[in-house]
Write a protein that binds this ligand. Structure first.
Ligand code: ADP
Length: 306
């Protein structure tokens, strides 16, 4: 009898040990599975492509991993398609804008000839208005060609070390006639010897856009100040004006494509200047920011890495 009891106890103990061992193995498998799932999902979220045939195909994890690989392939394929579509679209915009240059130049020419021929003041008035609209269209096309060429990489940013003063001189020179017309004084204060690695032509274009706005949105007899300050990481080019200023809630929006403030629709412009400027500056790993107060003026800081 005693022997039977001992045997039953031993049998029970054996069953318990067996169950405990199974439990342990199950927990280990679940832990293993979740850990591998977590690693694979992280790789997917990081945009990496999962490597195929890493695991056996016949167990549960192998099957799940195979499905994850297919999802990964689908994403990569779709991203590639989207990337190519975007590139094609940008090229189309660039080419179309470029192709429109010649007909536009011809329209301008015929319209000037017509203006010479016309003898009624009414027709002359309409032709002059037409000329302004054609100029606007021309400016819009030129900006679109620049933006799309920068975006598609047709135009490359080429950085070299130049004196900042030379780049500023290019931008200031282009804006002086307009500033003179409004009797706006431009004050400069910077170290002429300061050198910085940057793309001279495109940075001058970016600074010109900000300066051109400063002149456009400042009333007659206003002032513009330009200063350069070299910090540890960035060189900051600041352009201050005494113009109309920008309300705080719109200071982030002014850099959007085609954004123009509702109040300035009678002032020339198409809303692409600041968008292009930000693009040029960010392509050089820099940034642009604005501080402004309505009615008092604005400061635009263009920051480029040293
Ligand atoms: P555009 O000047 O052709 O309208 P921008 O992209 O250069 O386009 O500027 C976007 C908008 O930001 C302008 O329409 C104007 O409302 C505002 N803005 C830009 N610069 C200034 C400035 N210095 N002072 C006041 N408003 C400005």
């Amino acid at each position: 009898m005693e022997i039977i009891c001992i045997l039953i106890i031993l049998l029970l103990m054996g069953i318990i040990c067996c169950l405990l061992w199974k439990n342990h193995c199950l927990k280990r498998d679940i832990y293993d599975f979740t850990e591998k799932l977590e690693i694979s999902l992280k790789e997917l979220l990081d945009g990496k492509n999962l490597k195929k045939a890493v695991y056996r195909q016949d167990d549960l994890w192998g099957k799940v991993y195979d499905k994850l690989c297919r999802i990964s392939d689908m994403y990569t394929h779709r991203n590639q398609e989207l990337y190519e579509e975007k590139g094609n679209l940008k090229e189309l915009v660039s080419d179309t804008s470029h192709q429109m240059k010649t007909p536009l130049a011809n329209i301008k020419l015929y319209q000037e000839l017509l203006l010479d021929e016309t003898n009624t003041s009414e027709s002359a008035e309409y032709l002059t208005r037409m000329s302004k609209q054609v100029d606007k269209l021309d400016f819009l096309l030129q900006s679109m060609v620049k933006i799309s060429r920068l975006e598609t990489g047709t135009i490359k940013i080429k950085k070299s070390e130049y004196p900042v003063a030379e780049t500023l001189a290019l931008a200031i020179g282009a804006v002086v006639p307009k500033a003179d017309q409004k009797n706006i004084q431009i004050h400069v204060a910077y170290d002429e010897t300061l050198r910085l690695e940057h793309d001279k032509k495109w940075t001058a274009e970016a600074i010109f856009n900000v300066l051109d706005n400063a002149v456009k949105y400042t009333s007659k007899n206003g002032k513009i100040y330009i200063s350069v300050c070299q910090g540890e990481i960035f060189t900051k080019i600041s352009i201050t004006d005494t113009g109309r200023g920008i309300p705080l809630e719109r200071q982030g929006t002014i850099f959007n494509r085609f954004y123009r403030e509702p109040e300035i629709h009678d002032t020339e412009g198409v809303g692409l200047g600041l968008y292009l400027t930000r693009k040029i500056i960010s392509m050089q790993n820099g940034y642009i920011k604005v501080e402004s107060e309505t009615g008092k003026g604005s400061i635009f800081h263009i920051c480029l890495p040293n």
